[in-house]
Design a protein around this ligand. Structure first.
Ligand SMILES: Cc1ncc(COP(=O)(O)O)c(C=O)c1O
Length: 391
């Protein structure tokens, strides 16, 4: 790509950090050994995985034997939810999740419905938050699992995880959280929050795609789940397959950096996000989707009434003008025959038109104020142009 790129789609994926790349590269080239080989060459790879497991465990306050490396959050979510369904069905067949979850959770739950499980999809309030009284009323004796994401990928809304976990344990069910948008961006500790299962992914925190992790509580109230993939018995039998040593090393390094630099990143990104949001809200007929208090600092999801988000996305990345390409997104889901509005915004009570007019700006540690000034001008121009075509 020759054109300059202004990347504001960091919730979709992030640019790999050079230090992460430097850490993983030797395991693709000179140190390419299999971490399970018993010769000295293999021991080097084994030790690198061991170190990465420590770094990953540390960022969420877990023990190293509670971490299972996977190919990403989707696999971790499947392993966790299907695993609980299989292991705990003697207690019951009821699962609770939320309408605004990522499709990795929703579709896994839908699959389980075809296997005789009953799933409650909790609605959310207009601000995207769960109503705790409503949640309490849905818990049952036969509830085996509650799965609630920590931070929403489209709006940044943060759910009250500690309270939800406590209530879940009140009926002796398991509490799982998809923390893909939270790990590395928020301080979090699985023990303090009462989390039994937690999933996340490397490519949201400046590591490459294709690596992630599942935390499975092994201390008090040990969680027992079976494997999805069978084979060589890797990852304590939970995830067979030759370990992705370079990916795992990268994930470890990304966690180490994220933990060390969390405060600094938070301050810098929040300041930029707030600046962007204030400036964009000067566009008339625009508003923020989602609670602005309980929200992660790197996202703003804004509805520009009357401006189709697909057209805005295309207008901001028009290869024919001399401006930088600006990468933003919406939560629409494209199928071969239609485009559906974001299920998250619809669950929050937005009508279809407003959902189709909403854009997610997700910032990362490489963004600058100069970039945002270009974005602000461009969004104003594109939105005004689209509105002029309609009105
Ligand atoms: C909240 C959330 N959960 C799960 C996923 C899936 O992650 P992965 O791409 O690692 O499978 C994503 C990525 O888009 C996400 O944002």
């Amino acid at each position: 790509m020759n054109k300059e790129l202004i990347y504001l789609d960091n919730n979709a994926t992030t640019q790999i950090d050079q230090r992460v790349l430097d850490a993983m590269l030797p395991y693709l080239t000179t140190n390419f050994a299999n971490a399970n080989s018993t010769h000295q060459f293999g021991v080097g790879a084994y030790n690198a995985v061991k170190e990465a497991r420590k770094q990953v465990a540390e960022i969420i306050g877990a023990e190293t034997n509670e971490i299972v490396f996977t190919s990403g959050a989707t696999e971790a979510i499947n392993l966790a939810i299907k695993g609980v369904a299989e292991s705990y069905s003697d207690k019951g067949k009821h699962i609770i999740t939320v309408e605004t979850e990522h499709s990795a959770v929703l579709d896994t739950c839908k699959f389980l419905e075809t296997k005789g499980f009953e799933v409650t999809y909790l609605p959310v309030q207009k601000n995207g938050l769960i109503d705790l009284d409503l949640f309490k009323s849905q818990l049952r004796e036969d509830t085996i699992l509650v799965s609630v994401m920590m931070v929403n990928n489209e709006t940044g809304v943060i759910q009250p995880i500690k309270e939800l976990a406590e209530l879940t344990h009140g009926v002796e069910a398991i509490f799982m959280t998809d923390a893909t948008q939270a790990v590395g961006k928020l301080e979090l500790n699985v023990d303090e929050l009462g989390i039994d299962l937690l999933c996340f992914s490397g490519h949201k925190i400046y590591a490459p795609k294709g690596v992630g992790a599942l935390y499975v509580r092994q201390r008090a109230n040990r969680i027992k789940i079976p494997a999805l993939l069978h084979g060589g018995g890797h990852e304590r039998g939970l995830r067979s397959g030759t370990l992705n040593v370079p990916g795992i090393v990268a994930l470890g390094k990304a966690c180490e950096l994220a933990q060390k630099e969390l405060e600094e990143n938070l301050k810098q990104i929040k300041e930029l996000r707030d600046y962007l949001e204030i400036q964009l809200l000067t566009i008339e007929n625009s508003f923020v989707n989602g609670d602005t208090k309980n929200r992660l600092y790197n996202v703003t999801n804004i509805c520009f009434v009357g401006a189709d988000s697909e057209a805005v996305i295309m207008g901001l990345s028009n290869p024919e003008n001399n401006l930088p390409l600006i990468a933003v997104s919406n939560g629409s889901a494209c199928t071969s025959t239609s485009i559906d509005p974001s299920h998250v915004l619809i669950a929050m009570g937005l009508d279809e038109n407003h959902a189709f007019n909403s854009i997610r700006f997700s910032l990362g540690k490489y963004n600058t104020k100069e970039e945002l000034n270009i974005v602000i001008n461009q969004v104003k121009t594109v939105v005004a142009g689209l509105r002029a075509m309609i009105f």
